[in-house]
Design a protein around this ligand. Sequence first.
Ligand code: ZN
Length: 138
Amino acid sequence: MINKIDHIGIAVTSLAEALPLYTEVFNLKLEGIEIIENQGVKVAFVNAGNTKLELLEALSKDSPIARFIEKRGEGIHHIAFGVENIATRIEEIKNGGLRMIDETARIGAHNAQVAFLHPKSGGGVLYELCENYEGEKK
Ligand code: ZN
C-alpha cells in the first residue's frame, strides 16, 4: 500500500543558492547532500517534519532536471509516495492500465528503491514510488 508522502521533489538551478531559504529562513534541518549519477542529479534532503523536501540540481545540461527547468522553471517536480513491496506496487499500477517510466525499480537517494509513473498516467503530476530500507541496509 501507499502509506505516506515520503518526500516532495523540487527542481532548483543551484543547491547552494536554494538551500538558505530552507535552512536559514524556514529553519529546517539539512539531512544530507548526495550525488545520484544514474539520474544525473545532486540532491539535498531537508527534513520538514512529517515529510521531506528533496531539492534536485542537475549535474549536466541533458539531465531530466535541466530539461524540466528549461521548460517550466524551478519548482515542484514530483511527489513521492512511500510504499512497501515496490515490485508488487509497480505490477498493480501496470495492471490498472497506467504507464510507468520505470518498469522496474532502480536505486535512488539513500539507497531507496524508486520508480516513476508516467505523468500522463498521474493527471499531469509526476509521481514516484519510493521504498526505503531504513535500518536494514546502509
Ligand atoms: Zn524523489
